[in-house]
Design a protein around this ligand. Sequence first.
Ligand SMILES: [Zn+2]
Length: 136
Amino acid sequence: MNIAFWMSEPVIEWSSKGLSPTTGGRCRYKPFSCEIIIREKYKQDLGIINHEMTHYRQYKRLFWYHSTMTMLSQKYRLKIELEAYTEQVKAYRYTKKSDYKWIVNSLYAKYDLDMPISYIMKRCDAEFIKYLKDGK
Ligand SMILES: [Zn+2]
């Protein structure tokens, strides 16, 4: 079920507008829509595109609850980012745990989660391992 069932798919803007140097893309929640910005160089990167589109679907599903919880709750932020990064793990067809180490580091460093990296690693393993080709 989508609370914001009327919300239409965002038009992706291919630019670096408002992105930090280490960010490939972002989904910005607006009062009744969202805006996705992805760097031009990632135009063919289905992983990043699917990641940001997952945030759009999360917003559509829970609407203001989603945008509010994203700001207020570190636990919720981890949960939604794991869902979005799962799309990248799938798109990149990762085969082993070391392939997604950059995601663990990124979650630890860039999302203000205030959680030990060992915990983030455990959560990533639980979420991603079923998508690895050899399951290790
Ligand atoms: Zn994200």
